[in-house]
Write a protein that binds this ligand. Structure first.
Ligand SMILES: Nc1ncnc2c1ncn2[C@@H]1O[C@H](COP(=O)(O)OP(=O)(O)OP(=O)(O)O)[C@@H](O)[C@H]1O
Length: 323
């Protein structure tokens, strides 16, 4: 659905050149939900604005839904939906009219716009707001209206720029359900930018991490987490005299690193990092049992996307963003 090669954009201002995006390659397949993650100023919006034809690239090329960005921008625009960061609905407009007028921009007749709008409203849990003014909608409802506008011409690919910024946790979770539903029930491909790691983790099949205008990491949320340092496995032992035996066994696990004994708490603990806690654990438990090392508890902790981000970019996404 998207194939970009060497996409770049440099802005020239009085203070000099800003290399906002510096040669981005990316591929998005049909039906994927792809998250574009990065701190403030990383180049997310600039990339999205290029892919949606709103900004001309200084270098590089891209095909979006089969149309070339440079030679057929109108073809691209017809086939995509774009939901910008700050919604585009005017506060005094009637909700239903806003949608029908937006559909008209795509040449959709009023009657069809109304039917399609009402279908979308029921899919997005907006029943009953058709006659209201935009101003009276909650933040979450307004965001869903923006999304309905982005979908009214039935695009195969929709771009969402920070879809949940500014929403309360419940509205965010609710919107995630709707975004996943787009793909699950309609096969819509979704490309979204976000500051929120939990959002990318919950929603995206694949994540691209951008920093200083270049893509610094790419993969499924699980793959990215595995690239960091593996899972942390912690064994809590019944008997402090057996920590040496437990340490020897965990140290011998394939790919084991950072094996340590911690006797600072009430119960002795042995910790280790392994590529996959789930895979290592069954064999380890058998070996501990065979060696007669009794356990009080076992804990496996997976790294978070924030750990990934820190490792890739040297800074926490939370510091860089608002989320
Ligand atoms: N029109 C412009 N003129 C000059 N510099 C710009 C312009 N638009 C963006 N930039 C700069 O390009 C860089 C990338 O900006 P961009 O908005 O793409 O980042 P972003 O990752 O979307 O950030 P945010 O999360 O804050 O939206 C920033 O340094 C920004 O200041």
């Amino acid at each position: 659905m998207i194939r970009a090669r060497g996409l770049a954009r440099t802005f020239t201002s009085r203070r000099g050149a800003v290399h906002a995006v510096q040669g981005v390659d990316l591929d998005v397949a049909r039906g994927e939900v792809v998250g574009f993650l990065g701190p403030n100023g990383a180049g997310k919006t600039t990339t999205m604005r290029m892919l949606t034809t709103l900004l001309a690239p200084t270098a590089g090329e891209a095909q979006v839904v089969g149309c070339d960005l440079r030679t057929d921008p109108v073809g691209v625009r017809r086939r995509i939906g774009y939901v910008p960061q700050s919604g585009s609905s005017s506060p005094e407009a009637r909700v239903g009219e806003e949608l029908v007028d937006h559909a008209a921009l795509y040449g959709i007749p009023k009657a069809t716009g109304r039917t399609r709008g009402q279908e979308l409203f029921s899919r997005l849990d907006l029943d009953g707001v058709w006659e209201r003014t935009v101003r009276t909608l909650s933040g979450g409802q307004r965001r869903r209206l923006d999304i309905a506008k982005g979908l009214v011409h039935d695009p195969e690919l929709v771009f969402l720029d920070e879809p949940t910024t500014g929403l309360d946790p419940q509205s965010r979770a609710n919107l995630w359900t709707h975004i996943s539903g787009l793909r699950d029930s309609h096969g819509t491909t979704v490309f979204l930018t976000t500051h929120y790691l939990d959002e990318a983790d919950a929603l995206c099949d694949r994540i691209l991490v951008i920093d200083h205008g270049t893509i610094v990491a790419e993969g499924t949320p699980d793959q990215l987490k595995q690239r960091v340092s593996g899972d942390a496995v912690e064994l809590e032992l019944d008997d402090a005299t057996r920590t040496g035996d437990a340490l020897a066994l965990v140290s011998a696990l394939p790919g084991a690193t950072d094996a340590v004994v911690d006797t600072s708490g009430a119960t002795p603990r042995v910790r280790v990092r392994v590529p996959s806690g789930g895979r290592a654990l069954p064999g380890l438990l058998r070996q501990l049992d065979a060696a007669g090392v009794a356990l009080a508890a076992v804990d496996v902790q997976r790294p978070t996307l924030d750990d990934v981000f820190l490792e890739m970019t040297g800074r926490s996404l939370r510091e860089g963003g608002e989320g």
